[in-house]
Design a protein around this ligand. Sequence first.
Ligand code: DI6
Ligand code: FE
Length: 408
Amino acid sequence: MNQDAIWQNLHLCPSGDIDQTLPNAAIVVRQGKVAWLGPYDAIPTEHTGLPRHDMGGRWVTPGLVDCHTHLVYASQRADEFALRLAGASYEEIARAGGGILSSVRATRAASEDELFRQSAGRLEDLLAEGVSAVEIKSGYGLDTTSEAKMLRVARRLGEHYGITVRTTFLGAHALPPEYANQADDYISHICQSMLPTLAAEGLVDAVDVFCEKIGFNLAQTERVFETAQNLGLPIKLHAEQLSNLGGTALAARFQALSADHLEFLDEAGVAAMAASGTVAVLLPGAYYFIRETQLPPIALLRRYGVPIAIATDSNPGTSPTTSLLLMLNMACTLFRLTVREALLGVTQHAAKALGLQDSHGQLAVGRSADFVVWSVESLSELAYWLGRNPAYQVVRQGCIYTSRKDTV
Ligand code: DI6
Ligand code: FE
């Protein structure tokens, strides 16, 4: 229940930057928003009559943001995982009609309620770790009806759980069987019909393309971007995940919110991102799960000052995870990010990757009271535990969503 109250006795990290923290702090919540935050001793008198929640000196961060997911889909692909363990590559499976297309078959066949039910379970895992905003892509429907179904489910999830969901249209994820060997025709269908229709229904917040040898080429990607631009929709891009096609530089030309994956990104691409203010979204779960060995160019991203975000890429083929905290650990262990970089990557920078930097990723007066109280001795523990959730209390819009006994 939403009740005006003071959360006190906090070790507060309001910006998601672990170099900026405030001991013995308090947050005043009124009508689901942060009415005030600062040192406990300085709570303005007009608030002092409110009920109190004493957090015993625990750490508090803003609600986390998962800025790249394919959370809505039906079934799973554990059989394909077994094939890969036996030696088949992700690309071989995709070319043989498995991979994304097997999720397309299952997602098309599922009713909207069934799709909601399966996806809700995954979303609840994220929420339990303190995620309060999530991006959800379409891309397992690949026809107007099924893409609309996915996007409606994404919207319903946001309403049902009272969280921020940003929907991204990823119709150009794979070639549907109806358009086999006719990629240009499928792109025309997206640009002339599918995307304008879904946008008119208010289902699309951003547009993404899988720009890859097994996805869509640069010219096709550009056509989708032009359509998005004409509709006034921001763009994102799956780029340089398996090879370097130059998609990132193209995305930067369109002032993309983010370019994602980026293992094969070169210096020219990094420079283009820096110039356009595009966020680099790194997805260590996919890197790990497909046993990639090419590391994203972290040193270059740092040198050019490109903001780095971290996300789950939650999807049935290459990143079947529902833990953003596990991604924090992997970003540090696999990509050698610092804990500070990783935490900024799931707060401030993740919000920017969704165009939500003015409302999410930081705690400030007037913003929604979305925060997480952690049972940890230091914030490094958020990246340290391997598959453990130390969230003590998750608060969204001033409501306590989960609260559990301290286990530390
Ligand atoms: N890149 C990915 O890692 C996922 N999609 C994409 O464009 C994989 C999606 C899948 O295999 O189902
Ligand atoms: Fe993805």
